[in-house]
Each structure stands twice: as structure tokens, then as C-alpha cells.
Ligand binder design. Structure first.
Ligand SMILES: Cc1cc2nc3c(=O)[nH]c(=O)nc-3n(C[C@H](O)[C@H](O)[C@H](O)COP(=O)(O)OP(=O)(O)OC[C@H]3O[C@@H](n4cnc5c(N)ncnc54)[C@H](O)[C@@H]3O)c2cc1C
Ligand code: FES
Length: 268
């Protein structure tokens, strides 16, 4: 069941699947109206009210990247890691619970029409928007290599989640699977191959990726898009709580982003 609320951006969606993934995280799939499922593009997110109806805490919705959409089933999936109180509440929601959702919001990743080879660089729950981007790219006949880093094998995205056409290469800090070390160690080998790089993960990973790309790429190609995670209040460009500094001035992560060109972002 999906019930539309007052605006075209809000709806109530019943949870139809909950699957554990990546250690302590869950994939939560809920029913969504046709307009929302069709509108969602890779890199966009939804804001989910993450509290019991009788409670006011946490007051504000919490943002989650769209992980997958299924037009025929009329569903949307998010990947949720229990980080604080809202995300822990969401992880505990059972089948049949009804979520209050706003979205899809934000600007999607920009894949140039002539791009044929996409390199994904994922850390932690940053895997979510890159999973959807991989599925869309493979459907469009493009080549995808998906690099993922995690602490150990148990917290990696399972290969079975990705389309089989995707080359999946992993790095773990403890060496329990793939390369021992950081996911960004894997990047130089692919920079000559990729037309575009897409990344989502924690800020230290972005800094490391920026350093590796600056050291190893020729000129300004491939370009790199980074989907940044900023704490968000409104999610619609009203509160300016999520601004990031760019070479073109301050931009909101929730409307102008979350995806920004790496060379546009200004951080230390
Ligand atoms: C565009 C976007 C997409 C996201 N996609 C996903 C996703 O797909 N899966 C997922 O699991 N998470 C995702 N997140 C992060 C998720 O929104 C936060 O983990 C969640 O909002 C935390 O809320 P909480 O109530 O659980 O934590 P709280 O109890 O509110 O916070 C606990 C602590 O964490 C700090 N904090 C809260 N949010 C953030 C944040 N985003 N960055 C840094 N510190 C923070 C708080 O200040 C506090 O100290 C995304 C965030 C953004 C902005
Ligand atoms: S969260 Fe309010 S402007 Fe971005």
C-alpha cells in the first residue's frame, strides 16, 4: 500500500521486505507511488520520518539514498546503517510497518551521454547510490567497475546485489577479502580506463580519493563526482543547513547535490 499525502513529494509506504546486509545494516523495501518510483534517479535520496507516531523524537526526517527501484513491483529500497536514534529505529521497523517518506529529492549523478566506462568507488553505506547507478548503467549497455572498501568481508556489499555484468573489486582493512588496505589503493589502475568516476562514502575516503586522482590522472580526465553526506534538516533547500563550499560559491547538498564535481568542491 502506498498513500499519497498532500504534496507530490510525500507518501506513506508499507514495508514489504527487510533483509540484513553488510553486518549490522538492513535493506528496507517499501511500496511507493508510481510517480516516485519512476522519478527516482541514481544519487537522489528520500527523507524518512524515523520515529513512532506518538513520539516527537527525532523531530526531523532522516535522509537515505535510493538504493534500488522496481517499477513493476512499485517499490523503493534503502540501505540503512544503525548510526544514531533515527536510523536505529528505521532498522527495527518490521514487515507491514508504514513509513512516512518525502522524495525523491536532490540532483542525480550526471552521466555524460558519451560515457561508456563508469568507475564506482564506494565506502560503507555509500554503496547505496552507486548500486542504483550501476544497475541503470548496465541496462543502458555501459561498462561498470565497482570498487568497494570495508573493514572486513562481512561488511562488504554482497556481490550478488550487483548485476553480473559489473566487475566487482574489493578491499578490506583486515585483509579478510580482496586487497588488504583502502579502496582508494585500487583506483590508480582504473583511471586510464574510466570515462567518469562516481564516489560515495565517508569524508576521509573522499580526501584519499582526491589525492590519488590528482597524483595519477592525466589532465582533468576522468572527472570525479562525489555524493557528499551532510546532516540535513529540511532536505528541500529551505534551511541552508547542508551547504557545501564550491568554486561557484555555497551550494546546498540537498538540492544542488548530493553529487558534486570533485574539482568544484572546496575542502581542506
Ligand atoms: C544525502 C544523504 C544520503 C544518505 N544515505 C544514507 C544511506 O543510504 N544509508 C545510511 O545508512 N545512511 C545514509 N545517510 C546518513 C544518514 O542520513 C544518517 O546516518 C542519519 O541521518 C543519522 O540519523 P540518526 O537519527 O540515526 O542519528 P542521530 O541520533 O541524529 O545522530 C547521531 C550522531 O551522528 C551525527 N550525525 C547525524 N547525521 C550525520 C551525518 N549525516 N553525518 C555526520 N554525522 C551525523 C549527529 O550529529 C550525532 O552526533 C545519508 C545522508 C545523506 C545526507
Ligand atoms: S537540508 Fe535544508 S537546505 Fe539542505
Amino acid at each position: 500500500m502506498a498513500t499519497e499525502l498532500g504534496t507530490k513529494l510525500e507518501f506513506m509506504g508499507e514495508i514489504v521486505r527487510v533483509e540484513p546486509v553488510m553486518g549490522d545494516s538492513v535493506l528496507t523495501t517499501f511500496v511507493a507511488p508510481d510517480w516516485a518510483v519512476r522519478a527516482a534517479e541514481p544519487g537522489q535520496f528520500v527523507q524518512i520520518l524515523s520515529r513512532d507516531p506518538q513520539s516527537t523524537d527525532p523531530l526531523l526526517r532522516r535522509p537515505y539514498s535510493v538504493y534500488r527501484t522496481d517499477i513493476s513491483a512499485g517499490t523503493m529500497t534503502v540501505l540503512v546503517r544503525p548510526y544514531g536514534r533515527g536510523s536505529a529505529w528505521l532498522c527495527e521497523q518490521p514487515l507491514g510497518a508504514v513509513l512516512d517518506v518525502m522524495g525523491p529529492l536532490g540532483s542525480p549523478f550526471a552521466v555524460r551521454p558519451r560515457t561508456e566506462r563508469l568507475l564506482m568507488v564506494a565506502g560503507g553505506v555509500g554503496a547505496a547510490p552507486l548500486l542504483m547507478l550501476s544497475e541503470v548503467a548496465v541496462r543502458a549497455g555501459k561498462q561498470v567497475t565497482y570498487l568497494m572498501g570495508a573493514q572486513d568481508a562481512g561488511t562488504l556489499l554482497p556481490a550478488s546485489e550487483l548485476p553480473e555484468e559489473v566487475e566487482y573489486v574489493v578491499a578490506t582493512i583486515d585483509g579478510s577479502m580482496g586487497h588488504t588496505g583502502f579502496v582508494t589503493d585500487l583506483v590508480p589502475a582504473y583511471l586510464g580506463w574510466a570515462d567518469q568516476v562516481f564516489s560515495c562514502g565517508p569524508e576521509p575516503m573522499f580526501r584519499s580519493l582526491r589525492d590519488v586522482v590528482h597524483r595519477h590522472r592525466l589532465g582533468d580526465r576522468p572527472d570525479v563526482q562525489m555524493a557528499v553526506e551532510r546532516p540535513m534538516a529540511c532536505g528541500i533547500g529551505a534551511c541552508l543547513g547542508c551547504v557545501v563550499e564550491t568554486r561557484r560559491g555555497m551550494r546546498t547538498a540537498c538540492v544542488d547535490g548530493p553529487a558534486f564535481d570533485m574539482d568544484e568542491l572546496i575542502w581542506g
